[in-house]
Design a protein around this ligand. Structure first.
Ligand code: ARG
Length: 481
């Protein structure tokens, strides 16, 4: 390299780049975040070329030390802390991208030897590797945070005990459920999300290094060396696919977007339940804000923002899918556009999951109001029909008879349990004295005595099982946390 700050590809060019174009096509303003991954991948590559006889043992040692020195602790912190603001050194560098930056800085550190690092490799395989490493770290961090949210929900479910609330279908009161049962519904969603990330991680964990620009490295590198050093399960099997594949990024954003959808449903419910109309919970002041105009307001900003940000998570999926779908094999510069949606997903998810467990733990439910709501509005009508079924009435007829009784109660302004036996008999001769015990709140809950149902004993079992599954997940430590 004749001048130290030259491009990585200037040899065949006679004219300098258009200034605006040069600035516009650079990725360093955002891909500097891949610096820790780029250094790790470069060290792995250095080991491979040393094993292939390109570097002596001593040169390898110098190069590894030099690469470590390129990333200052400040940059490492900024990159890992999902900083959106680049440290000064990064901001002032003329580098085209993170790969160029490392080469320039390494030259400063160790001189001419640095220029041997790019032997037998291409930025196409480097960016593919850096992104895999970055997404892998992001998945590990997400898994750990999901455990925290799951724990907060399980703790709330335990604290809710036998408290009941209405369940809704069509947002109309349907049947009573235990508050714990409702909370555990979200635990089920999180567990599916969790497994989606784990699954994506398995498919991601192959190493593109050694794939070259498109056809494979031009040196007989032992690709298993790099794969091992970087904690991959092995090398990718096809160089054309490896240098242009971004499925792992797409899958990560897809899993994040489904998680976002679940968070958004939770957020929507809590927003509703915190209204005066529902009054099922008091918003924690530590996670709410006031209004600059209306002094009485306590607004559910956290749940509203979480609901809003889920749209953004889906946006990344759309960007990536659209980006990838028309690309001929193999690498195309379009792929550079695939980085920012991933970064945005990581930052967005990181932000939400940083506040959601604390918010969930701070929720205080108004069990009295929930219970009262569960006791009115004929939530025991299905239990009443089931009572008749036990008396031998076919369900369709039982449904009709209870429906008639409900209509009568609506006119009268009372609940089914308030009717006298004589009144009930107008709707069916099968009604007897034992009817009243079968339509209490407790009986209405407990008649759902099936696996996954809301009967108290079933929910107790479900809660214990959820706790066990969480303990098993916590046992599996995720590296990047
Ligand atoms: N900054 C580029 C990217 O993110 C790195 C790969 C460049 N490769 C190339 N052949 N120009 O995709």
């Amino acid at each position: 390299m004749s001048e130290p700050l030259g491009k990585m590809w200037s040899g065949r060019f006679r004219e300098p780049l258009d200034v605006a174009f040069e600035a516009w096509q650079r990725s360093f303003p955002f891909d500097w975040r891949l610096l820790p991954q780029e250094i790790a991948a470069s060290k792995a590559h250095a080991r491979m070329i040393a094993a292939a006889g390109i570097l002596t043992e001593n040169e390898l040692a110098v190069m590894l030390r030099g690469l470590d020195a390129v990333i200052s602790s400040e940059m490492d912190r900024a990159a890992k802390g999902h900083g959106r603001a680049a440290p000064a050194m990064v901001a002032s560098s003329p580098a085209e991208d993170v790969h160029h930056f490392v080469e320039l800085e390494l030259t400063q550190q160790i001189g001419e030897l640095a220029l041997k690092l790019h032997t037998g490799r291409s930025r196409n395989e480097q960016i593919a590797t850096d992104m895999r490493l970055f997404v892998r770290d992001a998945i590990d961090a997400t898994l750990n945070k999901l455990q925290a949210w799951m724990k907060a929900l399980i703790d709330q479910a335990r604290k809710a005990g036998d408290a009941a609330m209405p369940s809704y279908t069509h947002l109309q009161r349907a049947e009573p459920v235990l508050v714990a049962h409702w909370l555990l519904a979200y635990v089920s969603m999180i567990e599916r999300d969790y497994s989606r990330f784990v699954d994506a991680r398995k498919r991601l964990n192959l190493c593109p290094l050694g794939s070259g620009a498109v056809a494979g490295a031009t040196l007989a590198l032992d690709r298993r060396i790099a794969a091992d050093v970087l904690g991959f399960d092995g090398p990718t099997p096809n160089s054309m696919d490896a240098t242009s594949d971004r499925d792992f990024a797409l899958e990560f954003t897809q899993a994040a977007s489904v998680l976002g959808i679940h968070i958004s449903r939770f957020a929507e419910e809590l927003t509703l339940y915190s209204t005066a109309e529902f009054g099922f919970l008091d918003l924690p002041e530590t996670f709410s804000t006031g209004s600059s105009a209306m002094p009485q307001k306590k607004n559910p900003d956290l749940t509203e923002l979480a609901r809003g940000k889920s749209g953004r998570l889906l946006g990344s999926v759309v960007t990536l899918s659209t980006l990838i779908k028309g690309l001929p094999l193999a690498y195309n510069k379009d792929l550079q556009e695939g980085q920012e949606p991933v970064f945005d997903t990581v930052d967005t998810l990181d932000g939400i999951l940083q506040v959601l467990p604390g918010f969930t733990a701070a929720l205080r439910f108004r069990f009295d109001r929930m219970q009262a709501a569960a006791e009115s509005g004929f939530l025991n009508a299905m239990a009443a029909a089931t009572y008749l079924v036990h008396k031998g009435v076919p369900f369709r007829k039982a449904h009709e008879k209870v429906g008639n009784a409900v209509r009568y109660c609506v006119d009268k302004g009372c609940e089914l349990g308030d009717l006298t036996l004589d009144e009930l008999k107008q709707f069916g001769a099968e009604f007897e004295d034992d009817f009243f015990a079968d339509v209490t709140l407790k009986a209405t809950l407990d008649c759902h005595d099936v696996i996954g149902g809301t009967a108290m004993r079933q929910v107790k079992v479900a809660l214990a099982a959820a706790k066990e599954r969480l303990a098993a997940l916590s046992g599996a430590v995720h590296a990047g946390a």
